[in-house]
Design a protein around this ligand. Structure first.
Ligand SMILES: [Zn+2]
Length: 436
């Protein structure tokens, strides 16, 4: 367990407020499970200076670069510390790290590099969208560089912890958040889905249900009628099981708060419990205002940040991170990036088994070394019918992760565990306050 008394103290590079950069530090401290203290000096220094208190023996100085850079120039720089290698995002130039007696210095702005990822600069610079308005991972320069599934936020956090001697368990805690979108309900497949997840010991898995109705519906939406008695009967096994019910917002609801609110209300009326989680159908998303809409209608997290075409990490992070709402910075809303979907390994073409297994080994290995949460999304209807092998691949991932010590649970349970003390069960909730 992390030391609950440890504080990450950061002196910012100058007296002016750097809202976005401060948020990056908040993301890192939250990920490491420590309190953050930010100080703005009276005079500009041009560097961030970080230390862990009490008792931190080393200071880390990171050069602050105010200039924005093109994401085509983003590079993951390999650095070593105490025999381990970390990848640090920064602009395209030589990154040098100097170790002094009581301090370490880095000549590149790693905070700006991480900011470029968390703020999705990539999607601002590369305007191409598919016919459903989706950002494709195959268009990212990180895809060409083999970095699309590299959890760079987790790399930076683990590097900070190592350099600053932050008390941290070794190996760090990690887990998989398992979620299922309910897009088709043509048969009674829920008992088989629950049985499958139960066999792998997934605690409180998440099911995202679409309640689109009447004029809200488009040809792209799930075609089941949530209000029909037959559909209610097919969904009933979920009500009787210990699962999380989340909202699968309809095709247009990502940008229409009144629609989103009505859909959430219908779901809560049915399940008679609070619905806090959300993922858009088709992963439809307007950045960043979809998150603002979702928070305003009472949701607590969103898991829509994923690619339709390939597995990967759209914001360079796998783990849950806080959302910075520019209109309400003190707000609490969590972004849960979705790394992989069932379809990624089968469509438009089937990944050969050795390629799939090598990918899984690399991704799980990273999460195990660095610590964090990886979120998966499998559609319930692909368990049967013409989708031979789709759930076998989920089974392979769950088994491999469990063997390597990962916790397996639904999204809300994993987020509560991650934002709590990270001991015991993923269901045990204890939030740690993060100073702002
Ligand atoms: Zn869907």
């Amino acid at each position: 367990m992390s030391d609950p008394a440890a504080r990450l103290c950061v002196r910012m590079p100058g007296p002016e407020r750097l809202t976005q950069q401060e948020h990056v530090w908040r993301v890192l401290a939250g990920h490491l499970g420590v309190t953050l203290e930010l100080v703005r000096p009276a005079e500009a220094t041009g560097v961030y200076e970080a230390v862990v208190l009490p008792g931190g023996s080393c200071r880390l100085r990171i050069r602050h670069q105010p200039e924005r850079f093109s994401v085509h120039r983003l590079k993951a720089h390999a650095v070593r510390h105490a025999g381990r290698e970390f990848l640090l995002p920064a602009g395209e130039f030589e990154l040098e790290m100097r170790q002094l007696d009581d301090a370490a210095e880095v000549n590149a702005d790693v905070i700006l590099g991480l900011l470029s990822l968390l703020q999705l600069w990539e999607e601002h610079e590369i305007p191409y969208r598919d016919r459903f308005g989706l950002v494709e991972g195959g268009r990212s320069p990180r895809h060409a560089a083999g970095l699309l599934s590299e959890p760079l936020m987790e790399h930076v956090a683990a590097w900070l912890a190592a350099v600053l001697d932050l008390p941290r368990p070794d190996p760090p805690p990690w887990g998989l958040a398992i979620s299922c979108d309910v897009d088709v309900l043509e048969d009674d497949h829920m008992p088989a889905v629950l049985d499958f997840l139960g066999r792998y010991g997934v605690e409180r898995p998440t099911f995202m249900i679409c309640t689109v109705s009447g004029q809200e519906r488009t040809v792209r939406d799930p075609q089941y009628d949530f209000s029909s008695p037959e559909i209610r009967r097919r969904l009933k096994p979920l009500l009787d099981a210990d699962v999380e019910i989340g909202l699968h917002g309809s095709y247009l609801a990502h940008d229409r708060p009144e629609m989103l609110s009505a859909q959430r209300r219908r779901l809560e009326d049915w399940c008679d419990r609070a619905v806090v989680g959300h993922r858009s159908h088709f992963l439809r998303f307007a950045y960043p205002r979809s998150w603002a809409w979702q928070r305003r209608v009472g949701l607590a997290y969103d898991a829509s940040l994923g690619y339709p075409d390939v597995p990967g990490l759209r914001c360079g992070a796998a783990s849950p991170i806080p959302f910075l709402d520019p209109e309400d910075p003190a707000t609490a809303f969590t972004i849960v990036p979705t790394a992989a979907l069932d379809q990624h390994f089968f469509w438009p073409e089937v990944w050969e088994t050795p390629v799939f297994e090598a990918y899984v080994a690399a991704l799980l290995g990273r999460m195990r070394e660095l610590g964090g949460i990886l979120t998966l999304d499998w559609h319930t209807y692909t368990l049967g019918g013409g989708y031979t092998g789709w759930w076998d691949r989920l089974g392979y991932i769950l088994e491999a992760a469990r063997e390597q010590g990962a916790r397996l649970a639904g999204i809300a349970a994993m987020v509560a565990w991650w934002q709590g003390d990270r001991g015991g069960s993923p269901s045990g909730e204890r939030r740690r306050a993060i100073d702002v």
